[in-house]
Design a protein around this ligand. Structure first.
Ligand code: G1P
Ligand code: ZN
Length: 543
């Protein structure tokens, strides 16, 4: 077993995005592409000699290859131990928990989240720090700088590690411990929720379906929902992780979970439907006859969290990403707790959670989580919903309606234009940005613009500043349009338009969402000319 220093040449495109470095598998398969990136990560860190590194992924195509490379490079760079999930699997929230639980130095999460898998699909690598959360921009910027000049990487000349066998193995001076990916995570969930109440709920005949989308949450959901909580076998569907997600698109939204949505809208359907994405950090919540938007779900979970043992003392504060609707703000106001608006991406919640200033965080993109880990957590959201349903003994629809009647309703939708020509998308955003200062005071279609800016975040904990985080156009009546470019796409540019309108507690709560937001949809077209400039007649995805 010899330590090798291998010469390499830099790639120009290894800039981490909203959530790690996501690229087509074919890009990752280029010579030394993985090696360069992982070595660049380690070169940007200090003080890990002899320490523990957690490695796990969502099981997608190329996970098995990349994980072996990562283990060798970790050993050659002087880590003392690698903790890896059996079969190379760890959901993103479970990886976060394992890092925290075993006080690891950090972790490598191998995933492209909800992006399609397989040889033609996407792959990704993300570095998480010792608090279990995604590395902050200070580190990801340093990694990118390093990738531009890297000229060698360290590895060990050694056979592949057997990841199927639980237990420890030795590679060079480093110990590799293969752990069960579910056990620690399930134990954590048991400390947070009233499992007895949820068991009783299932015993009483309550039915649910959980779609694991052929991705990593299958083993977790089966062990917890069917195993520990006693839901009938078959409650978890598509529960076996597949490298190509069975050729599906593991994004839990109303497009890719349409069948489940349709089922929930029928009298024969189950009482509750939920799904999680490729790496297990996103969630979809559908009650009988009621889809719960992620923004509403965040507000509802925050308002009801005290019903779960892990949060019975109340929550310290709430944080949401800027494009997420302001539904949670109203809950925070009522509870008299802190509310924070951060840029898109979970990494911006880490400081607030570490400082104890917020307990629950969420994003409109189907991400919700709490201070139990430093990632969003799909199954956590599902279990908290189950806990609330079990205690309140009401259905999802009733709970949602009561919430609106108390706080008002934030109608909300997101329109995505995917794989748009990057030059066109950038020009569109730049043009609008250039006109922002002239917008306040203008009246379009009867609505007066109150403010228009490009969101800059000032982190109240470490004082750092993140500029250009998305264009916000706010109206006098409280409506809002946000426009930003995705930082996770792998082909061309994805333009996201977020639309929101508030109806007070005694207002209209039964409108169709797209109809309720039609005036704003028409205004943004007038302001930005999205359809005209991209040549698209309609968004690729509406959530
Ligand atoms: C998207 C979501 C964002 C989420 C990220 C990672 O990023 O919008 O909320 O944190 O995926 O799951 P985007 O593609 O918009 O940059
Ligand atoms: Zn994900």
């Amino acid at each position: 077993m010899t330590l090798q220093t291998i010469k390499t040449t830099p790639y120009a495109d290894q800039k981490p995005g909203t959530s790690g470095l996501r690229k087509r598998v074919t890009v990752y398969q280029q010579p030394n592409y993985v090696e360069n990136y992982i070595q660049a990560i380690f070169d940007s860190l200090e003080g890990f000699a002899g320490q523990t590194l957690v490695i796990g992924g969502d099981g997608r195509y190329y996970n098995d290859v990349a994980i072996q490379k990562a283990i060798r490079i970790a050993a050659a760079n002087g880590f003392g131990k690698v903790l890896v999930g059996q079969g190379g699997l760890l959901s993103t929230p479970a990886a976060s928990h394992v890092i925290r639980h075993y006080k690891a130095f950090g972790g490598l999460v191998l995933s492209a989240s909800h992006n399609p898998g397989g040889p033609e699909g996407d792959f990704g690598i993300k570095y998480n720090i010792g608090n279990g959360g995604p590395a902050p921009e200070k580190i990801t910027d340093a990694v990118f700088d390093r990738t531009k000049v890297i000229d060698s990487y360290k590895t060990l000349d050694t056979p592949d590690i057997d990841l199927g066998k639980i237990g420890t193995q030795q590679i060079g001076d480093m110990v590799v411990e293969v752990i069960d990916p579910v056990t620690d995570y399930a134990a954590l969930m048991e400390t947070l929720f009233d499992f007895d109440a949820i068991r009783a709920l299932f015993k009483s005949g309550f039915t649910m379906t959980f779609d694991a989308m052929n991705a990593v949450t299958g083993p977790y959901a089966k062990a917890i929902i069917e195993g520990i909580l006693g839901a009938p076998a078959g409650t978890v569907i598509n529960g076996v992780p597949s490298p190509s997600f069975n050729d599906g698109h593991p994004d839990p939204n109303l497009v890719y979970c349409k069948d489940m949505y349709d089922l929930l809208m029928t009298p024969e359907g189950p009482d509750f439907g939920a799904a999680s994405d490729g790496d297990g950090d996103r969630n979809l919540i559908i009650g009988k006859n009621r889809f719960v938007t992620p923004s509403d779900s965040l507000a509802l979970l925050a308002a009801n969290a005290h019903l779960a043992p892990g949060y019975k003392g109340g929550i310290a504060g709430i944080a949401r990403s800027m494009p997420t609707s302001a539904a949670a703000d109203r809950v925070a106001e009522k509870l008299g707790i802190e509310m924070h608006e951060t840029p898109t991406g979970w990494k911006f919640f880490g400081n607030l959670l570490d400082a104890g200033r917020v307990t629950i965080c969420g994003e409109e993109s189907a991400g919700t989580g709490s201070d139990h880990v430093r990632e969003k957590d799909g199954l956590w959201a599902v279990l908290l919903w189950l806990n609330i349903l079990a205690v309140r003994k009401q259905g999802v629809d009733e709970i949602v309606r009561e919430h609106w009647a108390t706080y008002g309703r934030n109608y909300y939708t997101r329109h995505d234009y995917e794989e748009v020509d990057s030059a066109i998308a950038n020009a569109l955003v730049d043009d609008l940005r250039g006109r922002l200062s002239s917008l306040p005071g203008q009246v379009i279609d009867g609505l007066e613009i109150a403010y228009a800016d490009d969101f800059t975040y000032h982190d109240p904990v470490d004082g750092s500043t993140s500029a250009k985080q998305g264009i916000r156009i706010g109206f006098k009546d409280g409506s809002r349009i946000v426009l930003r470019l995705s930082g996770t796409g792998t082909v061309g540019a994805t333009l996201r338009v977020y639309l929101e309108r508030y109806e007070p507690a005694d207002g209209q709560h039964n409108l169709d969402t797209q109809e309720a937001l039609a005036p704003l949809i028409s205004i943004i077209e007038k302001l930005a000319g999205i359809q005209k400039r991209t040549g698209r007649n309609e968004p690729s995805v509406i959530t």
